[in-house]
Design a protein around this ligand. Structure first.
Ligand SMILES: Nc1ncnc2c1ncn2[C@@H]1O[C@H](COP(=O)(O)OP(=O)(O)O)[C@@H](O)[C@H]1O
Ligand SMILES: [Mg+2]
Length: 329
């Protein structure tokens, strides 16, 4: 109990700085386990207390029965914490008695559970609501919001085969609704890995048109040499890459994440904003140190990544996999 309190206490400090990806890099608690939903929610509520306490009262509307779900405990905590912090931050401090954050838990038809986080904040304009799950969409000042929270939430929910939606009408508050599968009563056998069909398809695929972006010319050239059977263009910085993206439709863009000036994240943003977006074609090359922002970013997008140094076989498989995702054949 003491350890838990100390832990949550130290986590709070980080949350104030909106470091919502707490713990995920420590590698602990990321393995799938069966967790009690109400307990995960209570923990998230406690961690969000510093954000909540001057703004709203917390109302728990939990179904009486304990509900169990399966997933990595820290990711689930991160999911609900972010929704609760968003709810709190939407409410102006100072009028605690007039505002509420309601956390509702119930089981739905069959095998699912539904969690709602409702607030009495100002609501979300429909313009913003449409893009709210996109990375980098934020209305908060720098340092307070990264705009990555909800895209991380969506990734987590989708990885657990759940759904997430946000309903809001300006002036009437907001409801975030997450629906997740209930933990099965008995252990089922692991599902089969994907059949070798796609491997066959990949092997028979022809030449791809690739763009390799790396500020280390040596690496770019090495990759180009290794992938002679494809059409490989190289760029030595983000700006050049973005210009090339405008001139040619690449099947896959292999992009270094950390580069001076324009980073892989900036390239992603530029690719996302094109009339025909090509952000989903990007495979990020990573290696070495990560900033918190880079870590948040990688968590917020579904793009494939490959860690340097990589061997040729792995590189090829990753490229074909990326090509399959954007253009399944
Ligand atoms: N409950 C809410 N009420 C009002 N606006 C919200 C709510 N949740 C999210 N938003 C809006 O969506 C934006 C994106 O949220 P998010 O992805 O968590 O990023 P961040 O919180 O870092 O800004 C917020 O900046 C805010 O404008
Ligand atoms: Mg947020």
């Amino acid at each position: 109990e003491l350890i838990r309190e100390a832990y949550e206490g130290s986590e709070r400090i980080r949350i104030i700085a909106n470091q919502i990806t707490y713990l995920t890099h420590s590698g602990e608690g990321v393995e799938t386990e069966t967790v009690k939903l109400q307990q995960v929610l209570d923990s998230a509520i406690r961690m969000a207390q510093p954000e909540i306490q001057h703004r709203a009262t917390v109302v728990r509307e939990y179904e009486a029965d304990s509900l169990y779900i399966r997933g990595p405990r820290t990711r689930l905590g991160q999911l609900f914490l972010n929704l609760i912090v968003n709810a709190a931050q939407a409410i102006e401090p100072g009028d605690r008695a007039q505002n509420a954050i309601t956390i509702r838990v119930r089981s739905t038809e069959e095998d699912r559970v539904c969690v709602e986080v409702q607030d009495t904040g100002p609501g979300i304009p429909s313009q913003l609501l449409r893009r709210i799950f996109d990375p980098f969409v934020t209305t908060k000042p720098a340092g307070r919001g990264t705009g990555l929270g909800l895209s991380i939430c969506r990734r987590i929910v989708h990885s657990l085969e759940g759904t997430i939606e946000i309903q809001s009408h300006p002036g009437q508050g907001t409801v975030a609704r997450v629906v997740l599968p209930k933990a099965p009563r008995a252990r089922r056998p692991l599902s089969m890995p994907p059949t070798s069909m796609s491997a066959v398809r990949r092997a028979t695929r022809g030449k791809l048109s690739l763009l390799v972006v790396d500020d280390e010319p040596v690496i770019a050239r090495l990759i180009q040499k290794a992938l002679v059977k494809h059409d490989v263009t190289t760029a030595s910085d983000g700006r050049e890459a973005v210009a090339l993206m405008g001139q040619h439709a690449y099947d896959v863009i292999l992009c270094d994440l950390i580069m001076p000036e324009m980073t892989g994240m900036d390239v992603y943003r530029a690719a996302l904003q094109r009339t025909t977006p090509v952000h989903d074609r990007i495979v990020f090359m990573t290696g070495g140190a990560f900033t918190q922002r880079a870590r948040d970013f990688l968590q917020s997008v579904p793009n494939l990544r490959i860690e340097k140094p990589f061997d040729l076989g792995h590189l090829e498989r990753t490229i074909y996999e990326a090509a399959d995702i954007v253009d399944p054949r």
